[in-house]
Write a protein that binds this ligand. Structure first.
Ligand code: ZN
Length: 259
């Protein structure tokens, strides 16, 4: 069995990496997952299209547990993800890139954990640093080198989707302290932590949230904006992976508390 330490999970429009790769199907207890495996400058990595390769799986129906389990079965310890987000923060306008630093959750019907009881101990996972602080540090350093401007850290609020939020909901979320809203980062970030993996995510602001601008949400410009940024960001991820990463400077590998 091959072991691949690094993975990139791409969201809307970010899974065409432009790197030669081979396809592989990973069978997990939660279902089959299609991944691409590529070698970039001697380092092997996995690419996973969160919504499926044809972008046909809506956020609330993504098999998050199969996706993360498949990465674990390949040996992955470090994951960079990208996520399209709507902005609630006027400092983070459409077209900005942000580093997700924390999250809140308003999902309703998706499986959220690998810990299902049974013969296992009751387990909880720490969320003091949900998006790995060590990977985020690497992101900020690499961004300078790659001339990528992050507008700042962002608190991500995850909704169930696929509908957008109402204006009243956005008013409430702003009061709570959310900066961006999206439909996919939870439970992805949680599941990675449950399996002891380091996970960090870059948010692509593709629209202002409902009520932040007059009129309905406009998505016409998403394609262009993502195309411009995805190549730069993926190159940055690959560059970070070409360095030796370990889990000595974070608590991700030791986040489980048993009762
Ligand atoms: Zn970590």
């Amino acid at each position: 069995m091959i072991t691949i330490q690094y993975a990139i999970i791409g969201g809307t429009g970010v899974y065409d990496s432009g790197v030669a790769s081979i396809q592989k199907t990973v069978n997990t207890e939660y279902g089959k997952v299609e991944v691409d495996i590529a070698e970039v400058e001697g380092t092997s990595m996995v690419f996973l299209a969160r919504h499926g390769k044809e972008h046909g799986i809506p956020p609330h129906l993504i098999n998050y547990r199969a996706n993360i389990k498949a990465l674990q079965e390949l040996g992955v310890q470090h994951i960079f993800a990208t996520a399209a987000v709507g902005s609630l923060n006027p400092d983070y306008p459409t077209g900005s890139l942000v580093v997700l630093s924390d999250f809140m959750e308003m999902t309703k019907q998706r499986p959220l954990t690998f810990f299902e009881g049974g013969t296992d101990d009751v387990k909880h996972v720490n969320m003091d640093d949900p998006y790995c602080g060590n990977l985020r540090k690497h992101l900020l350093e690499a961004a300078k080198l790659h001339k990528i401007q992050f507008k700042g850290n962002a608190v991500y609020l995850c909704t169930e989707g696929p509908r957008f939020e109402t204006e009243a909901e956005i008013r409430m979320m702003r009061k709570w302290g959310a900066d961006v809203v999206g439909m996919t980062s939870v439970p992805e970030v949680v599941l990675a932590k449950e399996l002891g993996m380091c996970y960090a995510s870059v948010g692509f602001v593709v629209n202002m949230a409902t009520g932040m601008e007059s009129g309905p949400i406009q998505l016409e410009s998403i394609g262009d904006m993502l195309a411009r940024n995805k190549e730069k960001v993926n190159k940055m991820f690959l560059d970070i992976f070409s360095k030796t990463l370990d889990q000595q400077n974070c608590g991700c590998a030791d986040s489980i508390v048993c009762l």
